[in-house]
Each structure stands twice: as C-alpha cells, then as structure tokens.
Design a protein around this ligand. Structure first.
Ligand code: ADP
Ligand code: MG
Length: 280
C-alpha cells in the first residue's frame, strides 16, 4: 500500500507557487525530511486529469542526481488534491540566490555558473533522450532560476518538472505565462511547437541571468519582448566573466532552434573549456 497523508508531519510552509503550496514534511516512520506540493485538481477537466496522471508516472521514472527526486504521490479525493512528495533541497532555489546577489550587489563566481550549466545539461541529456522514456521526450518547458535548486552538498537539481507540461491546457498555459515570458524561445514566441532546443534557449537565458543578475531580454509588454527576442541582441555580460562563457552564451542563445546545440553538445563544449582552463 502507498503512503498516507497521516504518515507525514508538516514541519513548515516553504512557499506558495502558481499551482499550490509547498510544505516541508517529515516522514514519521524514518524521520526523513521531504517536501510536498499540493495541487488542487478540482477544476480540471477529465483530459487534464489524465494528463496529470501520465505526468506523475513519467516523473516517477526520472531518477537522476541532477533532478529533484520524486518520491510518491497521494490523492485526497475528498479535497480533490494531489500531493506530490519529493526530495527536499535545503539550498533553496536560484531565483532567490539571484535576488540576494542583486540586493547586495555581488556577482556569482564563474566556476559556480559553469557547474550549474553542466549539471542542468546532465539532467537535460537524460530528459531529451527518447530511448529512455518509451519513445517520448521529456521537455521541462519552464527552466528558470526559480526552478533550479541546491541540495545540502551544493549539488544542482532541476525541479518543478513537467508540471508545466501536464497543466498544458490552453487555460493553464495562459496562467503559466501570465507574467512576461522572459525565457520564451523565438520559435515558441512565433507560435511553433515547443521542442528540446527551446529548453536549451531557456537555459541560455538562465545562464545569462546568473551572470548579469537580470534576464537577457526585457520589456514591459509581450509585444516589445517578442521584438527584442526577434532581434536576438542582448547586452554583454559583466566584464569579469571569461570569453569562453560569452561564447557559450552565444551558442545557447542561437536564434534558429535547429542550429542551437543539444544538451550533449553543450556538455562537450563545457568539458573542453574545463580541461583547457584547469577548471573542474
Ligand atoms: P512556482 O509554482 O512559483 O514555481 P513552486 O511551487 O515550485 O513555485 O515552489 C514554491 C516554493 O517552494 C519556492 O520558494 C521553492 O523554492 C520552494 N520549493 C519547491 N520545491 C522545493 C524542493 N524540492 N525543496 C526545497 N524547496 C522547494
Ligand atoms: Mg517552481
């Protein structure tokens, strides 16, 4: 039998997200600390609910050191709520880290930025490999600092997986992108299908933001943002960062999706840079 809600003790509320609240919990029988994310499916259509079930099944299969580990799910039918239990990342998310840096006017170390880049690529390499998921590709669709976490050892973990896709009815798409979609790729902006290279574009935006402490393309309206992304021009990152990092950014932010590198190619480039500069 699967776990029950009463098997867990709620320790604290971590925060509220767009789809529900995240709590830190302790499993009573072994004391393990996890988080659970509440998702109310009461207003979902049958099709959306089926999508959610499929997604949970997929998440269960994603076992990778750089992906926030999904543990169980619990359904509370009376409250029409799905609880997703997952690994707790005590280092918090990179969105908070970036705002802390902005507030204190400090920049992140380049070595840290390369580590984030390569560890997210390790995760994406697995997600984007059809052979590992019964011929399906797992697209993250919402790579941004707030969805990248740090564990107690400083390991980088891609999280908030697939929920963006599961809730991908037109209505929830609208809520997902209710804010300005700073990280949206040119092809998605043009109304073309999201593909694995769209994740790479978003990764480029994330790496840029880790350097500059703001996204590469900014505007106050969707239309102005679309225009900026179409021009594909962005200000140079702060001067203390290396040419190799700038070149990497140019690769990730390649306008045409078919010319943009895959996660595997990015890893090759990053390891070459590490070898020639003595970085590990
Ligand atoms: P959003 O819907 O805005 O993406 P989330 O529901 O993903 O928000 O997260 C809400 C809050 O919970 C955020 O502060 C996030 O950092 C935190 N959080 C989410 N997942 C985890 C986790 N596995 N470990 C630690 N904190 C988490
Ligand atoms: Mg999130």
């Amino acid at each position: 039998m699967g776990p029950k809600l009463t098997d867990f003790e709620v320790l604290a509320t971590i925060g509220s997200g767009s789809h529900g609240t995240v709590h830190k919990v302790r499993r009573r029988y072994d004391g393990q600390v996890l988080v659970w994310k509440e998702l109310n499916y009461g207003a979902m259509t049958e099709v959306e609910k089926q999508g959610l079930v499929m997604e949970v099944n997929l998440l269960r299969e994603l076992r990778h050191p750089n992906i926030v580990r999904f543990q169980h799910h619990i359904v509370d039918r009376r409250a029409t709520t799905l609880y997703i239990l997952m690994e707790y990342c005590p280092g918090g998310d990179l969105g908070r880290l970036v705002s802390r840096c902005r507030q204190t006017s400090t920049f992140l170390e380049e070595g840290f930025i390369w580590r984030v880049l390569s560890q997210i690529c390790q995760a994406l390499k697995v997600c984007h490999d059809r052979n590992l998921h019964h011929g399906r590709l797992v697209l993250h669709r919402d790579i941004k600092p707030a969805n990248v976490f740090l564990d107690s050892e400083g390991r980088v973990k891609l999280g908030d997986f697939g929920l963006a896709r599961t809730l991908n009815s037109e209505a929830s798409f609208a809520t997902t992108y209710a804010g300005t979609p700073y990280y949206m790729s040119p092809e998605v902006m043009q109304g073309r299908d999201y593909n694995e290279r769209s994740d790479i574009w978003s990764l480029g935006c994330l790496v840029y933001e880790l350097c500059a402490l703001h996204p590469p393309f900014q505007a106050s309206t969707h239309r102005d943002l679309a225009a900026k992304i179409r021009e594909a021009r962005y200000d140079s990152i702060p001067i203390q960062y290396s040419c190799q990092l700038k070149e990497m950014l140019a690769l990730l932010l390649t306008y045409e999706d078919y010319l943009r590198p895959s996660a595997l190619t990015v890893l090759h480039h990053a390891s070459l840079v590490a070898n020639t500069s003595g970085r590990s």
